[in-house]
Design a protein around this ligand. Structure first.
Ligand SMILES: CC(C)(COP(=O)(O)OP(=O)(O)OC[C@H]1O[C@@H](n2cnc3c(N)ncnc32)[C@H](O)[C@@H]1OP(=O)(O)O)[C@@H](O)C(=O)NCCC(=O)NCCS
Length: 146
């Protein structure tokens, strides 16, 4: 991805306000987007939410997703997931995977409403000093049965 496009993505990413949520550094974000298969989806102008995902063969992996703290519970997270799911269907993606902290009830409910299912648990996935948290691995299966 071109440097200019990465700069624009970083601006949009930073403009989405998140409480107590550590933002990735510009260098880290740039290193992600230098991988060809990482992409950015945003919603509205000015940006009210974003989703960062990676394509690996016939799977998508959600790396980050957030709605602006002042605009939550208005369907932004769900609309970002809908955009991703529509893209996935067009690209014949088989499944979408993600990790979510076991205590992130808002996100777990949003993913479940969008048809994601918990498929496993990763122990101590989020290491917050002494207070480490397990993560659920969640999946949305897009394979159509005939
Ligand atoms: C998780 C997050 C993206 C949800 O975004 P949002 O735009 O507020 O979500 P939506 O309005 O689309 O909500 C969809 C459903 O999720 C659930 N949900 C969302 N916020 C919730 C909350 N605070 N408590 C309980 N359920 C919640 C509800 O079931 C909701 O449907 P409803 O409003 O019809 O009841 C947002 O809270 C956020 O940015 N959190 C911080 C970043 C984060 O945790 N990202 C996920 C990392 S895996």
């Amino acid at each position: 991805m071109q440097k200019k496009r990465i700069e624009k993505i970083y601006e949009e990413y930073l403009s989405v306000k998140e409480n107590n949520f550590r933002k990735w550094s510009k260098d880290f974000l740039a290193s992600l987007f230098l991988e060809k298969n990482v992409f950015f989806i945003s919603l509205n102008d000015p940006t009210e939410g974003y989703l960062i995902a990676r394509k690996i063969l016939d799977e998508y992996e959600v790396l980050s997703l957030a709605a602006d703290i002042n605009k939550r519970r208005r369907g932004i997270g769900t609309m970002l997931l809908e955009k991703l799911i529509n893209m996935a269907k067009k690209e014949k993606i088989q499944r979408i995977l993600l990790e979510v902290s076991e205590n992130n009830i808002a996100a777990i409910c949003m993913y479940e409403k969008a048809g994601f299912k918990k498929i496993s648990k990763r122990k101590n996935y989020y290491n917050e000093g002494k207070d480490s948290k397990d993560a659920y691995v969640m999946e949305k299966n897009l394979i159509k049965c005939v």
